[in-house]
Design a protein. Structure first.
Length: 147
């Protein structure tokens, strides 16, 4: 007749109020986890680390390419940009920060999986999106200034 099956207690999340709280994101439902969940978390972490390494490498190339232009064409060349080294350093720091954020996210997701109550979060995605847009704009400004 509509209630919890005999021999099984009804949990709070099965009630109307519990369902409403879940839909509003106030409460999470414990979800059983498996090894694939942990492995997916690791793969995601490693993808973020690869992205961070790529941004670091890009920063290194931007900074060193300016040094190469300066050495090949002599000091005071019109090709050389005073902003390239600064931009390169900012890219290296952005990549390093990305790796640190990825580590924090990995630990947070692992703890959520261990508790059995994973809740998706868009915070890191917005931070990374903002950082990459800023990097793109900075590179565009740099290219426009050196054109």
């Amino acid at each position: 007749m509509g209630g919890a099956p005999i021999g099984r207690a009804r949990t709070f999340s099965e009630g109307v109020l519990g369902s409403a709280l879940i839909l509003l994101g106030v409460m999470t439902v414990p979800v059983p986890t498996s090894a694939t969940d942990y492995l997916a978390n690791e793969r995601t972490f490693l993808a973020w680390v690869r992205t961070g390494i790529t941004v670091i490498a890009l920063g290194f190339v931007v900074a060193r390419f300016n040094l190469l232009i300066r050495e090949l064409s002599g000091s005071g060349s019109a090709l050389e940009s005073p902003y390239a080294s600064t931009l390169g350093i900012l890219l290296v720091l952005t990549g390093a920060a990305l790796v640190l954020l990825a580590q924090g996210r990995y630990i947070h997701v692992r703890a959520s999986l261990e508790r059995g109550e994973y809740k998706a979060s868009d915070g890191l995605m917005w931070v990374v999106t903002g950082a990459m847009v800023a990097v793109g704009v900075a590179l565009a400004v740099y290219l426009a200034a050196t054109a």
